[in-house]
Design a binder for this molecule. Structure first.
Ligand SMILES: [Mn+2]
Length: 369
């Protein structure tokens, strides 16, 4: 994102929230949470990188020599330490926590922290209490700034354009993994930082498995082919699904497609400021249920997207989060008939002051290729 002040400003807001929640420090290992507050991105590894953001006092990043320059170049945090070669890591960690007066504090760690890192923290501060960062950072991360929405729009366009390019390659005789490779190639060539999840190319009966992945099946005439693809740009994810039909469409498949299409449309129309997000799920579920396919709609209608591919708000029954402008999430109803076929249509939308705006824009009509 370039401008370091964005991360620093978020940190100040997080500190206010920590005060309200009685949290003494955030202890972040590599994760979207760490990036969100520091600007430094890396994947978790056995070499511990730890960012401590005390409610009072200066933040600190401890890492291995390997990352030192990168941390200094990308993060606004000036206090960067390198694990000593002489001291055992847990001794050093304990010293740091003692110095920051956090040995008996309430420490918040990311929900998806590696067990070895969590254990290292717990063992160094046996009297500290631990909680999740989510109560502090979720309310912040759930509302995207204009800049974040712009990045997500770029990520969405990478997926849109890749799907457009790959359509002419979806045909009889091609294998699923070949299409997955092509889609990923197209996205990377235009600047995607990588796929945020395993690209799905599910043909024929495989399309009845919502999270199938892709395999070596060869595509036949009449097959539905579900492509669920995503790019990342500026660390933000996109997520889009289309089910294409190869050749002629069977009547039952066509009926299911039209049902999913209508469910998707109804769900979109339910997106209004102030509604509970479960209303979106219920709108999609009503259409599919009324057509007799309720038992084949086996997942929620969507999920928030941002630095994580799945994050709040979760678009499901029982979710009483109220929609606000700046929330970004997927709308993705589907029908899956085991052993036969499945259809899913998925777009990413941003909630606005009077409804929604689509970030993914690829046409949704029944498409025979
Ligand atoms: Mn999705």
């Amino acid at each position: 994102m370039g401008d370091e002040s964005i991360f620093e400003e978020r940190c100040l807001r997080a500190k206010k929230m920590m005060g309200l929640r009685g949290v003494d420090a955030l202890c972040l290992t590599p994760s979207p949470d760490m990036y969100y507050l520091t600007g430094f991105w890396t994947n978790p590894s056995e070499r511990m990188t730890l960012c401590i953001i005390p409610r009072l006092g200066e933040p600190l990043i401890v890492t291995s020599r390997l990352y030192e320059s990168q941390v200094k170049a990308t993060s606004w945090i000036e206090n960067v330490e390198v694990w000593s070669e002489r001291l055992r890591q847990h001794v050093q960690l304990k010293n740091i926590l003692r110095r920051l007066r956090l040995l008996t504090g309430k420490l918040a760690v990311p929900e998806r922290i590696w067990m070895v890192h969590y254990k290292a923290l717990r063992d160094s501060a046996p009297k500290a209490t631990f909680t999740s960062t989510s109560r502090i950072l979720s309310p912040m991360r759930i509302l995207k700034s204009d800049l974040e929405v712009k990045l997500m729009e770029r990520a969405a366009k990478l997926a849109d354009d890749a799907l457009e390019k790959v359509m002419c390659e979806v045909k009889e005789g091609v294998r699923e993994f070949e299409l997955a490779a092509r889609v990923e190639y197209f996205m990377r060539m235009e600047g995607s930082e990588g796929a945020p999840f395993e690209t799905i190319v599910a043909s024929g009966p495989n399309s009845a498995l919502p999270h199938y992945g892709c395999g070596s099946r060869t595509i036949f005439g009449g097959d539905p082919v579900t492509l669920d693809i995503g790019a990342t740009y500026g660390r933000y994810c996109s997520d889009m699904t289309r089910t294409l039909i190869v050749g002629r469409v069977e009547p039952r498949l066509e009926e299911v497609y039209r049902t999913v299409y209508r469910a998707h449309q109804e769900a979109l129309e339910a997106i209004k400021p102030g509604v509970e997000v479960e209303a979106i799920d219920l709108a999609a579920r009503r259409v599919i249920g009324d057509c007799g396919y309720g038992e084949y709609f086996i997942h929620r209608s969507g999920h928030g997207v941002g630095l994580d591919i799945h994050e709040p708000p979760y678009i499901q029954v029982g979710s009483h989060v109220r929609l606000r402008a700046g929330m970004v999430f997927t709308v993705e109803p589907g029908i899956y008939i085991p052993g036969m076929f499945g259809v899913r249509i998925e777009d990413v939308v941003v909630a606005t002051g009077d409804g929604y705006r689509l970030l993914t824009k690829h046409p949704r009509d029944l498409t025979c290729v």
